[in-house]
Unconditional design. Structure first.
Length: 443
C-alpha cells in the first residue's frame, strides 16, 4: 500500500543545472520585455532606478537565502514546506497560499499580453481566445512531462535572452546620459515607492526554481548552480535593458507611443522605433522575439504553480486529489488543470494590471515568511544538513526581510483596494483551511 501511495505522489528526477538556469531565467524574462516601463510613469528614470536598486538587493539576498532552504529541504512545495517545518501548519498554510496566489495570478497577465501581441498578426482572432488557447496548449505540455516542458523552456529562454542582447546592441549606440537625467523624478520620491511593483516585475517568480527541486538530479548541488546563475543573469539583463531603453530618448519615449497616448507596455519596440524606425529589420526581429520572452515566463510559471498546488494536496491542506501525479506522465496533472481553470476565470476579468499587483502581494508575503523560516530553522534545527549555507548570515536574510516588509507596506498604501482583495483571498482561504483541513493536521 505504501508503494502504491508513493507511486502516485512522487515526481521523477530529470533536471540538471542547465535546465534549472533555463527555468529560472524563463520564469522572469517576460518582465524585461513588457510592463516594467509603466513604473517610469510613476517614478521617472530616477524613481524607478532607485526602486530597482533596492529590489535587486532584495532578490540577490533572497535568492541565496532561499537556495539554502531549497538545498536543505528539496520539496515541490517550496516556501510552503519551509514555513511548515519552521513555523507550523498555520504559517505554513499562509506562506503556501501566498505562493499559490503569486504563481496562479501571474500567468493570466502574461497570457493576455501574448493574446494582445498575436492579435497584431491575427486581428480577426480575439485577444481572449488566443490567451485561453495558450493556457490549454502549455498546460497540456506540462502534463505531458517535466523533461519535455523544461527542454522547451530552455530553448525559448535562450532565444529570449538573445533578443535582449540584440536589442541592447541596436540601442546602445544611441545612448546618451542626458536622456537618463531628463525629468528624472517627475512625482518626487513618492514616485519611487509607487514604482516598486514594476521593479519587482523585473524578477517576479524566480523563486519557482525551488519548486522543481524534487525533480532535480542531485538537488543539493544543482539547485545552487541553477538558481545562482539565473539570478546573476537576470540582474545583468535588467541593468542592460533599463539603460539601453531609457538612454535612447528619455523615459517618456518608452512609455508613450505618441503625445497624449495611453502608457504602452512595449518599451523595447518603442525604443527601437525611436532609433531605427518601424521598418528596420532589428525592430522586427526584437518585436517577434519578444513573444518568446512572454511564452517562456508563461510556460515556466505554470510549471511551478502546478508543483506548489500539488504539495498543498499531497499534505492534506487541500483536496487529496490535487496531490496526485499522473500515472503515466508522473506530473501534477490535477493541480495543473485546477490552476488553468482559475487562470482562465481571471483572464475574463480583463484586469491585467491589477492581477500583476495581486501577484506581487503574494510574492512579497512569500519572501517575508521564507526569510523568517530560514532564521527560525537556523535556531531550531542547527543539526539540519545544509549543503549550501547563505553567505554573511544573518545579514543576508535580514536585509531581504527588511526590504520585503518595506515594499509590502509601500505597495499596500498605494493600492488599498487591491490589498483588501488580497487579504480577503488569504482570509477566506485560511478560514476554509481551519474549518475543513486544519484540525486534522499535526502541528
Amino acid at each position: 500500500m505504501a508503494n502504491s501511495t508513493e507511486s502516485t505522489t512522487q515526481l521523477n528526477r530529470t533536471l540538471g543545472p542547465l535546465m534549472l538556469w533555463g527555468l529560472g531565467v524563463g520564469y522572469v524574462i517576460s518582465g524585461m520585455y513588457f510592463g516594467w516601463n509603466l513604473g517610469l510613469e510613476k517614478g521617472g528614470t530616477l524613481g524607478l532606478a532607485v526602486a530597482t536598486f533596492f529590489i535587486i538587493i532584495l532578490y540577490l539576498c533572497f535568492t541565496f537565502s532561499y537556495t539554502e532552504l531549497a538545498c536543505a529541504i528539496p520539496r515541490a512545495g517550496g516556501a510552503f514546506d519551509y514555513a511548515m517545518r519552521a513555523l507550523g501548519k498555520d504559517w505554513g498554510f499562509l506562506g503556501g497560499m501566498a505562493q499559490n496566489i503569486e504563481f496562479i495570478f501571474a500567468p493570466p497577465a502574461i497570457a493576455f499580453a501574448i493574446g494582445a501581441y498575436l492579435n497584431i498578426f491575427m486581428p480577426g482572432v480575439p485577444v481572449l481566445a488566443i490567451a485561453v488557447f495558450a493556457y490549454l496548449v502549455f498546460t497540456a505540455l506540462n502534463i505531458y512531462g517535466v523533461q519535455a516542458a523544461a527542454s522547451f523552456e530552455l530553448v525559448i529562454t535562450v532565444v529570449a535572452v538573445i533578443g535582449l542582447l540584440l536589442f541592447a546592441g541596436a540601442a546602445l549606440p544611441a545612448f546618451e546620459w542626458q536622456h537618463l537625467e531628463h525629468n528624472a523624478l517627475p512625482n518626487g520620491w513618492a514616485g519611487a515607492f509607487a514604482a516598486l511593483p514594476f521593479a519587482i516585475w523585473f524578477f517576479l517568480a524566480i523563486e519557482g526554481v525551488a519548486n522543481v527541486a524534487e525533480e532535480t538530479i542531485n538537488p543539493q548541488r544543482n539547485v545552487l548552480i541553477g538558481f545562482g546563475s539565473a539570478i546573476l543573469t537576470l540582474v545583468a539583463l535588467c541593468l542592460l535593458t533599463f539603460a539601453a531603453s531609457v538612454g535612447v530618448g528619455g523615459w517618456e519615449t518608452i512609455v508613450y507611443a505618441e503625445a497624449g497616448a495611453a502608457p504602452s507596455d512595449s518599451p523595447l519596440p518603442l525604443a527601437l522605433a525611436h532609433v531605427a524606425g518601424h521598418g528596420h529589420i532589428l525592430y522586427q526581429m526584437v518585436t517577434v522575439i519578444g513573444l518568446f520572452g512572454l511564452v517562456a515566463s508563461f510556460h515556466g510559471i505554470i510549471l511551478s504553480a502546478g508543483r506548489a498546488t500539488m504539495e498543498f494536496g499531497r499534505v492534506g491542506f487541500a483536496p487529496r486529489g490535487l496531490g496526485r501525479v499522473h500515472a503515466r506522465f508522473k506530473t501534477p496533472a490535477n493541480a495543473l488543470l485546477l490552476n488553468m481553470g482559475i487562470g482562465i476565470v481571471a483572464l475574463f476579468t480583463g484586469k491585467t494590471g491589477e492581477i500583476i499587483t495581486i501577484a506581487c502581494f503574494g510574492a512579497l508575503t512569500l519572501y517575508i515568511v521564507s526569510m523568517v523560516a530560514l532564521i527560525k530553522l537556523r535556531r531550531q534545527e542547527p543539526e539540519l544538513e545544509r549543503p549550501f549555507r547563505v553567505p554573511l548570515y544573518p545579514l543576508t536574510p535580514v536585509v531581504a526581510l527588511v526590504i520585503a516588509v518595506v515594499a509590502f507596506v509601500a505597495i499596500t498604501i498605494d493600492n488599498l483596494l487591491l490589498a483588501g482583495i488580497y487579504f480577503g483571498l488569504l482570509g477566506v482561504a485560511y478560514l476554509w483551511f481551519r474549518t475543513f483541513y486544519g484540525p486534522s493536521q499535526p502541528s
